[in-house]
Design a protein. Structure first.
Length: 251
């Protein structure tokens, strides 16, 4: 039964986007999963980066029950969320040239590792340079972005390029420019963004593809269990001990 309420319309829009990504990005998601599996199998480390609300999807795969224990957050201070004051500072930092290089140089990331860069628009200096510099260091870079922005907006980076131009694998979230799914009389601006729903789903699908690829290689995926189920803490302790040299959020 169709739901004509605005809430129902949002669910319909989000489901439609999820179905598009599932059907149209399946090859890229499988490739991303294989790249993660290759990195794990070769002893490499895994990182995820996002700024602003894109950081939510990055954080969603780090230290997560049911998640891959080896995924680490590559944090840029002041850009992770709305806790910074003023909140607009985070947006301003995304446009600062050179910040990504400074963060990477002081991080544990090295050649042979893998970095997922999440940026809805992919047009600001921070995600573009993060991908550029990571590849220069010898990392495999997976970009999660909306290709619509690269086709319908102008880059804010001096190169004129977008995130998608500096990645080994690109996953298109299909989010339209403006990231707002609904309009309604009496509401003067478009509203109801779906990027967090879709991008988080892309990240979890990527992790599932990685687990599948690891099993195919005969490697048990190092997954975390919920600490709220019996035996969860003990399980996680064993995983973190075994992979201590590749897990950075516990140090």
């Amino acid at each position: 039964m169709s739901d004509s309420t605005l809430a129902g319309q949002f669910f319909d829009a989000a489901i439609g986007l999820l179905e598009r990504v599932r059907d149209e990005e399946s090859g890229s998601i499988a490739a991303a999963g294989a790249a993660i599996a290759d990195t794990v199998a070769s002893g490499g480390r895994l990182f995820a980066f996002g700024a602003g609300h894109s950081s939510l999807a990055a954080q969603d795969v780090v230290y997560r029950a049911g998640g891959l224990a080896l995924m680490n957050l590559l944090a840029v201070p002041g850009t992770l969320g709305v806790d910074v004051m003023p909140a607009t500072l985070g947006s301003a930092l995304e446009r600062v040239d050179g910040l990504a290089g400074a963060v990477l140089d002081s991080s544990p990331a090295r050649s042979g590792d893998l970095l997922v860069v999440i940026s809805l628009s992919g047009r600001n200096s921070l995600p573009v340079e993060m991908a550029q510099n990571a590849r220069a260091l010898g990392l495999t870079v997976i970009g999660v972005t909306s290709v619509a922005y690269a086709e319908g907006t102008k880059s804010r980076h001096t190169s004129g390029g977008f995130l998608r131009d500096h990645c080994d694998i690109v996953l298109d979230s299909k989010i339209p420019i403006g990231d707002a799914e609904l309009t309604a009389p009496g509401v003067e601006a478009p509203f109801a963004p779906a990027s967090t729903v879709v991008t988080s789903a892309v990240m979890q699908a990527m992790m599932a593809a990685a687990a599948e690829a690891l099993v195919a290689r005969g490697i048990e995926p190092p997954m975390l269990r919920s600490g709220n189920v019996d035996g969860g803490h003990e399980w996680n302790g064993r995983v973190m001990t075994e992979y201590a040299d590749r897990i950075f959020y516990r140090h």
